[in-house]
Design a binder for this molecule. Structure first.
Ligand code: NAP
Length: 246
């Protein structure tokens, strides 16, 4: 069986296996499958690869997009630039790392954004946040990450977020797991009342389809989108990297 999969710590929220296995079924690819591999720590990766000789590639999710970097034999230019990898192709037991989150976010974002959307707040500073920043940079949209542990002077702390910060940034992207199944009652602590109908508010979380974060933004008449379109776009971009297998 030609096997692909997803590694992460807890994968209860993930739709990736459904997405790929439906695709394989629809396209008559009966000898292909996509599995979820929960790893307690990234150190278990070598054992997973030894135990699954049929594994040809895998996606990487929270919290391993940065932790996987030392395991890569090859890093694509985008991985090097942003320091996060979400797609690995295995060739002769060596791991080739790519980032398809940037392309996935770009393709999901472009149809939504208007010329008056000028600058963005990215909530979080992990792997997905870095991909969103790289995508926005490509569109020359200025962005600021909001972090618990800022890595640079450009990143700001959550408790410095004011209504003015929300007014100054009419794109807001949640790139934290706050609100993601099963933790559906949590949401990013931001001044929601400052959101207007001119804001574009995007949640990378797609399960549930409408998080409390998106509900609160919708109540302020903002344009909202969840992460399902990005998930599908990054999955297709991953497939383009994996196939045809060498
Ligand atoms: P990650 O690399 O582990 O980064 C998570 C980020 O969220 C970090 O900045 C982390 O801050 C922050 N964070 C976690 N818990 C928090 C809390 N309680 N309060 C404030 N900040 C918190 O994970 P990731 O890969 O970037 O994924 C982030 C989210 O995006 C996940 O929900 C993931 O499923 C989603 N995602 C969706 C797609 C899609 O295709 N739709 C693609 C990629 C990611 P610390 O470093 O301080 O912990």
């Amino acid at each position: 069986m030609r096997t692909y999969g997803l590694i992460g710590q807890s994968l209860k929220h993930s739709f990736s296996a459904d997405y790929f296995n439906s695709k394989f079924q629809r396209e008559g690819m009966t000898d292909y499958c996509y599995e979820l591999f929960e790893l307690e720590s990234i150190e278990s990766l070598s054992r997973l690869i030894e135990e699954h000789p049929d594994l040809e590639g895998f996606n990487v999710t929270i919290p391993y997009k940065e932790q996987i970097l030392p395991y890569l034999y090859f890093r694509d230019k985008v991985v090097d630039e942003i320091g996060a990898c979400n797609c690995v192709k295995i060739i002769n037991d060596k791991l080739y790392g790519y980032n398809t989150d940037v392309e996935g976010f770009l393709k999901s974002f472009i149809p939504l954004f208007q010329t008056y959307h000028h600058s963005a707040l990215i909530l979080g500073n992990g792997g997905a946040a870095k991909a969103v920043k790289a995508a926005l940079d490509e569109l020359s949209i200025q962005s600021t990450m909001v972090a618990r542990k800022p890595n640079s002077l450009d990143e700001i702390l959550w408790d410095t977020l004011s209504a003015g910060t929300i007014e100054d940034n009419n794109i807001i992207v949640n790139a934290t797991p706050l609100g993601m199944y099963p933790d559906v009652n949590s949401f990013p602590p931001i001044p929601y009342k400052a959101i207007t109908r001119f804001h574009l508010v995007i949640d990378l979380v797609y399960n549930p389809a409408k998080t409390i974060f998106l509900q609160k933004a919708e109540a302020q008449d903002a344009i909202i989108q969840n992460g399902i379109e990005m998930l599908e776009q990054q999955a297709e971009a991953s497939w383009n990297i994996w196939s045809p297998a060498i």
